[in-house]
Design a protein around this ligand. Structure first.
Ligand code: GLU
Length: 424
């Protein structure tokens, strides 16, 4: 079918929204998506911006800007995390919301996609300030959030405590406990076993699936993990348990390298005590650029967006990249990585273990019945393996990269659902 829609403008500066749009466009073109569906899926359904006044500890009032973007609710209630970071802006949240739509479609869970964020530095706020900010944000978003409408979860800068405040504030507004309004809650409030580890576990399962296709042996393979937050540290630990040698790790304080493999338990313990890897003696200090271009078999970017770019992609030596973070590769690096024959397991597949177990948490909350960790892990692993196979099959069918294949699988599913529902 001929498409009349205009191509996205060429990318000048790195911007996750442009990167997302570029890949969306490419997959839509290959799928032959009709123009009206393309237009409907291109823009978010809803973008809400709020300014919330918060009383700071010293008594003065500071106003914070917060966002919630619902990209799609075609497959079910919209789902996605809330990010607290200085870099949060509307374009970033829009890209992250669309990625959630594609992610949920790939793993086959009945959710649309959303994302939220507040522009702030959570490390500079006291626990009391964080609580007041989170409650004020929840109040401002009371008509957006809802167990059948839009369900937040943790993301960068937020954690189970943040989710507990959202759950409490929303429940107070409803007049009864409403645990299914957020996922990633502490266990005692209705969180799910396995949720904290779920994203890292999915990264490990995807890595194993990809290594099997590439005939790589885990016990003779090396890897580097960028980022040592929830996703990076758990991915590193689980990959180490699979027999890989984790030669390098990093966080905001720098990157650390040890040829014979970093002791991940020691690094985790160090961060628990010191809040960051600053001063960690279990590896020699290298630069972030050196970490990304190390001579390792597997690279796991699990930190921020736009880390792999046209500036460094050519120097990457890993055979396999598994994207733990959302958007770690800028669209302008895709072709370089493809030309080098590097397999990239894209973010919307590789890190979908988190939202899969969020779905299990929501199901358990609605059932009022809780599963064992073993059941959660078994079901999440099955989802991740199946999603990998579906995307791999599409990559062979359309002769495209795993990334383009992932977008094709996702867009196809959302587009066919929208057509059946006939809502435009
Ligand atoms: N923030 C996570 C993500 O980007 C989890 C979202 C969720 O569980 O809803 O996938």
């Amino acid at each position: 079918m001929k498409m009349k829609y205009t191509e996205p403008a060429p990318i000048s500066e790195l911007n996750p929204l442009d990167s997302m749009m570029e890949r969306f466009h490419e997959a839509a073109r290959i799928l032959g998506l009709d123009e009206s569906t393309y237009e409907a899926l291109k823009s978010p359904e809803k973008s809400v911006i709020v300014n919330v006044p918060v009383t700071m500890d010293d008594g003065h009032i500071k106003v914070f800007e917060g966002f919630r973007v619902v990209h799609s609710s075609k497959l079910g209630p919209s789902k996605g995390g809330i990010r607290y970071a200085n870099s949060v802006n509307l374009d970033e949240v829009k890209a992250l919301a669309a990625w959630m739509t594609w992610k949920c479609a790939i793993v086959g869970i009945p959710y649309g996609g959303a994302k939220g964020g507040i522009t702030c530095d959570p490390r500079e706020l006291s626990p009391g300030e964080l609580e007041r900010l989170t409650r004020a944000f929840t109040l401002a978003m009371r008509d957006v959030f809802g167990p059948e409408r839009d369900i937040p979860a943790p993301d960068m800068g937020t954690n189970p405590q943040t989710m507990a405040w959202i759950m409490d504030e929303y429940s107070q507004l409803s007049g009864y406990a409403s645990p299914a309004v957020v996922t990633g809650k502490p266990l005692v409030l209705g969180g799910s076993l396995g949720r904290v580890e779920a994203t890292g576990r999915g990264v490990m399962v995807s890595t194993r699936s990809a290594m099997a296709k590439l005939k790589m042996n885990p016990s003779t393979s090396t890897c580097a993990v960028q980022g040592f937050g929830n996703v990076g540290s758990i991915s590193a630990k689980l990959l180490e348990m699979q027999g890989l040698k984790v030669c390098a790790i990093s966080d905001v304080s720098g990157a650390y390298y040890k040829k014979g493999g970093i002791d991940i338990d020691a690094a985790v313990e160090f961060v628990e005590k010191n809040k960051s890897l600053e001063g960690f003696k279990g590896g020699k200090i290298i630069s972030n650029d050196e970490l990304l271009t190390l001579d390792v078999d597997v690279l796991v970017p699990a930190a921020l967006e736009d880390q792999i770019t046209e500036q460094n992609a050519d120097r990457i030596k890993a055979k396999l990249i598994v994207e733990g973070a959302n958007g770690p590769t800028a669209a302008n690096a895709d072709r370089i990585l493809n030309d080098k024959g590097i397999m990239v397991v894209p973010d919307i597949l590789a890190n979908a273990g988190g939202v899969s177990v969020s779905y299990f948490e929501w199901v358990q909350n609605r059932l009022g019945y809780f599963w064992t960790e073993e059941r959660v892990n078994r079901r999440a692993d099955r989802i991740m393996k199946q999603a990998f196979e579906n995307v791999y099959k599409a990559s062979k069918k359309y002769k495209v990269s795993m990334r383009t294949a992932a977008y094709i699988v996702a867009i196809d599913k959302v587009a066919s659902t929208s057509k059946l529902r006939g809502i435009f």
